[in-house]
Design a protein around this ligand. Structure first.
Ligand code: DGT
Ligand code: CA
Ligand code: CA
Ligand code: ZN
Length: 570
């Protein structure tokens, strides 16, 4: 959102709340000003610097001051105060289609509704139809609109939110009232998508922390603001919850809000059996409510008779049992990763040239990197003709000499054709060091056909890796139908690797399938699938998938020496 949009958005919000409060005159003034700001062709920051805000038609002295405040602090106090002056839940309710400010105020005042859950309940209990001017039809529409409101809230890709989290953490750490700050919830568990962010702050001064948090620049909306809990919406519509916790119970809160819910439920059951009570405030003895532990997350797990476990495992899929038996896997870490084994260049449809990719990989400390551009038939991705591939191999060999810090592999991401054959013949494949075989076309075929195609590709003696094995794009395209167990069995026999593609929308294999692959005796390869220099930084996303898939160093080929990786399949 540009600064102009941000200013206009806040002016509109002020106008909206003023209208709710019945101040029509000022409401109209703010709406007019918002319209004018939207229509500006110049950056409003520049206009403010020249001191010419009041020359914008419709902007008088008081609105100019509000605009200056938005430019300087990111959020105007006028809006904050107005929000606080509204009954609770009104702002949330008007997000539901068909519920305007007036209706929201009446629902709040006459029925005491303060959130959408209560609204839904009231409609179901047929209480809304009793209000003057309402009826069964309106009630029905409200229920429908609530459904739509809930479906509207899409989830965010882990890859999108990690940089935002970095921003929030460093912003919050700047405030001296903040002792510790972490993001809990699904983001701490590194799930492939997150619904919202759960920021936890340890502090003795919640007021200062809350004020600092609520004036964070990318905030466009504050849904709630209280002494220990606030909820805001960022400009990309990501919702962020803040909880301020006293240091002495920070560990308990961190444990609780990291989840998953299923993990917590199981943990509480175990606690109950052992005579404990566990909640977001601490672990207590049931008999006398005396506190056992609250400050330190690890000590809570230990008191419950198990080892602390990495958040990525906390999905109640056997991690608690493993922790009790002291059989938790030693998970792979980003530091263990030595190189990248799926990288594109502008020889095919990627943005950056080979040498720039190499320079970046060297900077990242990679010991090796496989260049794997698309193969000849894949016209949409400007796949390489045999001739062009030969040129590229030559350049790779030359750069490999030049850059002694890194070993470069000449490879391909070779299309698996609809009959299961590879898109280059053996004479070509023979000259390559690293062959990733992937499906990019014919995804409409039935399960048996696609499974056979991949098994055929696995049997090709030049194949090292099956790239993005299911073809899914998160929230955009379902996986093609494929019998993964059959694929894993063939791959284990042939000693062919399965990829965990690290591209944010792919993350393919996904966590649970990577775990199944491991159990079937298959080793996994991380590939950034980078199509530009910056995308070489996708590897941590694949590490997250690997950890959620219970993989250790031995399971992930990128932690191995190149000799071991290349010698694995004879
Ligand atoms: P998300 O935001 O949908 O990606 O998923 P989470 O896991 O971040 O869930 P969220 O944001 O609703 O709540 C954060 C954590 O708080 C959740 O992982 C576990 C904890 N939590 C929330 N509600 C409950 C509950 O009703 N029972 C228990 N035991 N834990 C809860
Ligand atoms: Ca969450
Ligand atoms: Ca080299
Ligand atoms: Zn591909």
């Amino acid at each position: 959102m540009s600064l102009n949009q941000k200013v206009a958005d806040q002016l509109y919000q002020i106008g909206e709340i003023l209208a709710i409060k019945g101040d029509r005159f000022r409401s109209r003034a703010y709406n007019m000003a918002a319209q004018r700001v939207t229509a500006l062709t110049e950056d409003i920051g520049a206009i403010a610097e020249r001191g010419e805000l009041e020359e914008i038609p419709g902007v008088g002295k008081s609105i100019a001051m509000v605009i200056e405040e938005i430019i300087e602090t990111g959020l105007t106090g006028v809006l904050l105060d107005l929000r606080d002056s509204l009954p609770k839940g009104v702002l949330q309710m008007i997000e539901v289609e068909g519920i305007g400010p007036k209706i929201a105020m009446r629902l709040s005042e006459e029925l005491g509704i303060t959130n959408i859950e209560m609204l839904e309940q009231a409609a179901k209990e047929e209480k809304i139809r009793e209000l003057k001017g309402f009826g069964p039809k309106k009630e029905e529409n409200i229920l429908k609109a609530i459904d739509e409101y809930r479906n509207r809230s899409t989830r965010f890709l882990l890859g999108e939110v990690l940089p935002i989290i970095q921003g929030i953490l460093s912003y919050m750490e700047d405030n001296p009232a903040v002792r510790r700050v972490e993001v809990a919830g699904s983001a701490r568990r590194r799930k492939e998508t997150v619904g919202d962010l759960d920021v936890l702050v340890s502090s003795l001064d919640p007021e200062t922390v809350t004020e600092h948090f609520c004036t964070m620049p990318p905030i466009i909306r504050i849904l709630g603001r209280g002494p220990t809990k606030s909820t805001v919406v960022l400009e990309n519509m990501l919702q962020v919850d803040l909880r301020v916790i006293p240091p002495e119970s920070y560990g308990a809160a961190l444990q609780y809000f990291t989840g998953s819910k299923e993990h917590n439920v199981k943990l509480r059951t175990i606690g109950v059996k052992a005579g404990y009570k566990l909640n977001e405030y601490g672990l207590y003895r049931r008999e006398d409510d005396s506190l056992v532990e609250a400050e330190d997350e690890a000590k809570i797990y230990e008191a419950l008779g198990m080892r602390w476990m990495p958040p990525e495992l906390r999905e109640n899929t056997g991690e608690i049992e493993a922790a009790i038996e002291d059989k938790l896997p030693e998970l792979v870490t980003l530091d263990d990763i030595r190189g990248d084994l799926h990288v594109h260049t502008d020889y095919s449809h990627a943005i950056d040239p080979l040498e720039e990719m190499v320079e970046k990989a060297v900077k990242m400390g990679h010991q090796y990197m496989a260049i794997t551009d698309h193969s000849q038939s894949l016209a949409i991705a400007q796949g390489l003709s045999e001739e062009k591939l030969m040129q590229q191999i030559e350049e790779i060999r030359r750069l490999d000499e030049e850059y002694s810090e890194i070993k470069l592999l000449a490879g391909t991401e070779c299309d698996i054709k609809s009959d299961g054959s590879l898109d280059y013949n053996d004479e070509v494949l023979e000259q390559l060091d690293w062959v990733v075989a992937s499906i990019h076309t014919g995804m409409q075929q039935d399960e048996a056909t696609i499974t056979n195609r991949i098994v055929e590709a696995i049997k090709n003696p030049y194949t090292r890796v099956i790239g993005h094995p299911t073809g899914r794009l998160i929230q955009r395209r379902n996986p093609y139908p494929v019998d993964l167990d059959a694929i894993f069995k063939a791959a284990a026999e042939e000693k062919v690797f399965m990829e965990i593609n690290c591209s944010p929308s792919r993350l393919d294999l996904r966590d649970v399938d990577a775990r199944r692959a491991k159990e079937a005796g298959v080793k996994l390869v991380l590939g950034s699938d980078a199509h530009s220099v910056s995308q070489l930084e996708f590897l941590p996303l694949g590490v997250a998938v690997a950890r959620r898939g219970w993989l250790g160093v031995d399971d992930v080929v990128n932690t191995w020496s190149l000799d071991k990786a290349q010698g694995y399949r004879k």
